[in-house]
Design a binder for this molecule. Structure first.
Ligand code: PLP
Length: 402
């Protein structure tokens, strides 16, 4: 019998969404007339922007013509998309990133999960707690055991200080899933300085960059001095342009970002990633890349702004609703996530049950994202407007201090 990778057995049980589903199904079967409002999902609900649909339709037509048909594309993505990203997301914001430092993929989940492959197995990792689970699980699967958790709570303003000890890789997610909070330039600078002093690499996930409304919050870590020497950036079209089911994302690995061999030789990380991708990945669909490229036009930008604006108005309604119900809530200003403190410090699962049973509202217990998520709860702004108004109306009778 083939031996398995036993590291998989060390993974924390991924019961969060299964357990939520189980409790909701039970409640619904016992209360068939209850109208449940789901504010727990991390998936978009609005349709793709029209520019993307039109560009993909044109690409489909090209595929039906022998002259313009495309087979395998470049593993690292077509230049038409890489150049548009370099221009619109970087150059126009004063950042020099060239098209060949950008690697197109079929979404950030794979990129965030796969990037650890180019680093040594004895790398020491720093991860925020609570956190998007992919960073931790992908390292556990690979067999890494030295993991430092950095508590992210209201007490430290969701902005943990760099650790005292030396780590090799630091995962940072801003705007953050699940807390909806962001790191400002000063906070990122302290991580960049730490990475330089400790020869560490920052793995910066800004999948929600398009939701930042505050001009002072960086969309890209490369807006901060020195980041190109120490940081890899992950971006996605999923939440930016509704591509959760269409699939497109990218990684930026600057030319001058290095790792080293055990004998001390410096190796460009970009070359390792290219080697990894050309071996294990065969490129994102041409049709999808055409769709993604369509957001980089004035019309495309206006359309994505409109959709993101819809979600962010939802976020504001939720934030205001929670506050007027007497709850303390964070996030929701530069991210589609609202992170609330459970009333009277009850556990996040007890609050889940209370919201479901009394108000017929479903959210996500914070404890599911890490131990420091206990006593917190995540709501998302991706639902439809009427449901959000109704949910906030229902919450008016929540009396946290009674
Ligand atoms: N990074 C974070 C923080 C996310 O929350 C998500 C999706 O929810 C992703 C990455 C993955 O995005 P994609 O759809 O591009 O795989």
């Amino acid at each position: 019998m083939a031996k398995i990778n036993e590291n998989y057995l060390k993974l924390p049980k991924n019961y969060l969404f299964a357990e939520i589903g189980k409790r909701v199904t039970k409640f619904q079967s016992e209360n068939p007339n209850a109208k449940i409002i789901r504010l727990g999902i991390g998936d978009v609900t609005q349709p793709l922007p029209k520019v993307c649909i039109d560009a993909m339709a044109a690409a489909v037509a090209e595929m039906g013509n022998a002259e313009t048909f495309r087979g395998y594309g470049p593993e690292q993505g077509y230049n038409f998309l890489r150049e548009k990203i370099a221009d619109w997301n970087y150059k126009r914001r004063g950042i020099e990133i060239s098209a060949d430092e950008i690697f197109i993929s079929d979404g950030s989940k794979c990129d965030c999960g796969n990037i650890q492959e180019i680093f040594s197995l004895d790398s020491k990792i720093a991860i925020f707690n609570p956190v998007y689970p992919v960073y931790l699980d992908s390292n556990i699967m690979a067999g890494r055991t030295e993991i430092i958790y950095l508590p992210c709570t209201a007490e430290n303003n969701f902005n943990p200080a760099p650790p005292r000890e030396n780590v090799d890789l630091i995962y940072i997610c801003s705007p953050n899933n699940p807390t909806g909070t962001t790191l400002d330039k000063a906070a990122l600078k302290s991580w960049i300085d730490y990475a330089k002093e400790n020869d560490a690499v920052i793995l910066y996930d800004s999948a929600y960059a398009a939701y930042i409304t505050d001009e002072n919050i960086p969309r890209s870590i490369y807006e901060v001095d020195g980041a190109k020497d120490v940081a890899i950036e992950f971006r996605s079209f999923s939440k930016t342009a509704g591509f959760t089911g269409t699939r497109c994302g990218y990684v930026v690995i600057p030319e001058n970002l290095y790792g080293k061999t055990s004998s001390g030789e410096k190796i460009p990380l970009k070359n390792l990633w290219l080697r990894r991708q050309t071996t294990k990945f065969n490129g994102t669909a041409y049709i999808v890349q055409r769709g993604a490229a369509a957001i980089y036009s004035d019309e495309g930008q206006a359309q994505i702004k409109n959709i993101i604006g819809y979600y962010m108005t939802n976020a504001k309604i939720i934030l205001d609703g929670l506050k007027s119900a007497g709850l303390t809530a964070y996030g929701g200003i530069n991210a589609p996530y609202i992170w609330l403190k459970t009333p009277n410090n009850i556990s996040s699962w007890n609050f889940f049950d209370e919201l479901l049973n009394k108000f017929h509202i479903v959210g996500t217990p914070g404890a599911g994202f890490g131990s420091c998520g206990e006593n917190y709860f995540r709501l998302t702004a991706f639902g439809n407007r009427e449901n959000i108004f109704e949910a906030m109306e229902r919450l008016k009778s929540l009396k946290p201090n009674s």
